[in-house]
Write a protein that binds this ligand. Sequence first.
Ligand code: MRU
Length: 522
Amino acid sequence: MTRSLAWDESTIVAVDQCALPHNYRELRLRTVDEVIDAIKRLAIRGAPAIGVAGALAVALSAEQHTSDGVCDETAVRADARRIAEARPTAVNLSWAVDRVLQHLPQGAAAVLAEAQRILSEDEERNRAAADHAAELVLRLCGDRPLRLLTHCNTGRLATVAWGTALGTIRALHERGRVEEVLFGETRPLLQGARLTAWELAEIGVDHRMLVDSAGPAALAAGMVDAVLVGADRVCANGDVANKIGTYSLALAAKAAGVPFIVVAPVSTLDPALLSGADIVIEQRAATEVTTLGDTLVAPRGTPAYNPAFDVTPAHLVTAVVTEDGIHQPSGHNLAETAGQLYARGWMEGTAGNVSVRVDADTALITASGVSKGAMTSQDVVRVRITDSTPVGPGRPSAETSIHNAIYATFPDAGAVVHAHPPYATAVAALAARDGTDVVEFAGLEIIKGLGLADAVSVPVFENHADVPRIAADVAARLTADAPPVLLIGSHGATTWGPTLESARNRMESLETLCRLRLLIDR
Ligand code: MRU
């Protein structure tokens, strides 16, 4: 089979990942208990694959608990709970189970149809994520054959097809951009040695296996251009749970200045968990550590610590890439950026506000009335872009409507920063005093910091007391080709960009432009 999972007449067919690399054989699973057992034994493994298997298992349960056209929903929900609990760390499992359960009131056929949709979406989503990640890697490392390091198995076996981090390696290999792949054996269950080695040979890319503890040494020795890994859960603050051993690679990548990129479908994101401290890490049997295959390698009865996953904090992750592109930072990063701007004296008191787009319809923005110096990842509010109303608890910034006018006008805007840096505010105040609605800058190198060539016309807006009026002016005046910066007379500046980092950098560049203007012209 080319797909690692399929549905065949009331049977779940899966590649038996316990039998590889020596035997490539199918498992045919006909009961919920068989599926749960296959997931627990890691015969079916990898976050996206266990999500799909979980969804199909609920479909199996719904079929088996239907008689005379009536489905015993209570029994199916009880099975669904057991399926979702088979492994706790990968959010894809509970995500997929919850998704198919929504169709349970429509009967077993509707549940199966939804499970099959999840199955067929998986390949295209991973492929899209892998393509985005491949582009990012080439952008960060240069368009040339690269030496890549990966961990565990994130290939076609860990998904329905194609893979995530290994799918990215596959995409780069197709473009002739892989010199060599290094990968850790992935103790204790050897997903690297057994599965990734097998897939890399199948793809036909040059590869070498490392003991896990050699990964950081290879990074320190300059043998790696980029690290690519998958994920089991990505929190709202960007912390990532993945196979044990990932964290040490991230630390070593940071120390070596090597990009550390996480590739995962959106179904691996868990916006409900604020940080990695909240992730349940699966603990497995000590015998997996004390044995190698069937051989005992430690004195009988040696106790062991065997977490299946670790958490890599967001600050060590260069980017999380999904099928939608680079995953935007959210709660924690908003608070952190606001705190940095406060420390510079650009968000004095409770002033200033920062937001990131979550999706086409909503954004996360800093809460109203909170000092940016004391802000935490809890002090953010999700708002609807169309009308600035909050989705969920909290009081959003009083200037939310200006952010949303920008998101609505610029589909590529992923983040907006509004601050009161002194020179930009002074230039805005002078423009207001002079009755000017545009400030021209030309011939200064720092203009490039706005992502522009060597001249920019920065629009100046009137500072109405009624903030939605400012937002309405922004929406009416700006067109999609406007520069990513604006001034509000006697008030401050607003900048935006694809990421929060780029929006913040543009604010810094705009402030320098205004400082230079005042030094040169006044
Ligand atoms: O215990 P496993 O083998 O299921 O762990 C798998 C991983 O940690 C993978 O990196 C992750 O699930 C992503 S698979 C595309």
